[in-house]
Design a binder for this molecule. Structure first.
Ligand code: BTN
Length: 259
């Protein structure tokens, strides 16, 4: 490892994202590990920290992320940005969802693989992958993303009936966790470059084309009430756009729960 300074390497974003791997046998959370490394100031762009066993995996909205040791991918990618523009970071979140979605579709070419807003990956309406993106804004107006990705690969027993794994969807699959990680890395690099070249419109369109429930009527729970509406998109701030009977409603991630 070397001391990484975004200011000293202005061209790093234009190059192929090299993989810099840190493989751990166990850790509390790969996102926490990445955050600690960043405090020490030595994490190259594209670093991937993976662990066979995460004993305090974290999910969105302070949930825990349970994963049977050795069976699934639990890994965090560190991405350095040369700005901290919120709208662009929202577009990058969508690009990362597409990268993961395409990797899963690569292994399950016959399945319907969709992005459930904001960034879960669903196969046949069951969750196969979750992402926890933590953004650090720096005083020099640059930013760093820690993209923590969990993919259920070999696990067959889940607490939730709405969870699945690649193996459950296709028992003929024998996926090495490292191969999946490299596939995701390549797709993240691809979409990161696309995003970095300013092609946000293409990313937005592709994200909507892969969005679960797009143009369909769906029900959500919001502050104890059931809200029904047609999903008509996700705006540039990452809010879900619902056409409900009283007009167009916008929701932040975490404000509503899918039913
Ligand atoms: C969610 O769906 O709630 C997000 C789950 C994110 C899980 C991954 S596993 C690797 C990384 N480390 C963590 O502690 N969480 C993320």
């Amino acid at each position: 490892m070397y001391n990484f300074s975004p200011m000293k390497k202005p061209d790093y974003l234009r190059r192929i994202m090299e993989i810099n791997r840190i493989s751990l046998s166990e850790v509390d959370s790969t996102n926490n590990y990445a955050a600690k490394l960043l405090l020490e100031g030595k994490v190259p762009h594209g670093t991937v920290i993976s662990a066979l066993h995460q004993y305090q995996g974290r999910g969105q909205r302070s949930n825990t992320w349970e994963s049977t040791p050795g069976q699934n991918l639990t890994a965090s990618w560190v991405l350095h940005l040369d700005h901290s523009n919120f709208e662009k970071i929202v577009a990058l979140n969508k690009a990362i969802s597409l990268a993961i979605r395409n990797s899963i579709a690569h292994y399950l070419p016959k399945s319907i693989v969709k992005i459930k807003w904001p960034n879960d990956i669903f196969v046949n309406e069951k969750k196969v992958s979750g992402t926890l993106i933590e953004t650090q804004m720096h005083a020099d107006k640059t930013a760093t993303l820690i993209c923590g990705i969990g993919v259920n690969v070999h696990q067959t027993k889940f607490q939730s009936a709405k969870a699945t794994s690649l193996f459950q969807e296709n028992p003929n699959l024998d996926i090495a966790l490292d191969d999946l990680m490299e596939n995701i890395h390549q797709n993240i690099a691809l979409y990161f470059n696309e995003w970095n070249s300013g092609n946000s419109t293409k990313i937005e369109q592709e994200y909507l084309s892969q969005l679960l429930g797009m143009n369909e009527r769906r029900s959500f729970e919001h502050q104890g009430n059931v809200i029904e509406g047609v999903i008509i998109g996700v705006d540039e701030w990452g809010r879900l756009k619902l056409e409900a009977k009283d007009g167009i409603l916008l929701f932040q991630a975490g404000d509503i729960v899918w039913q």
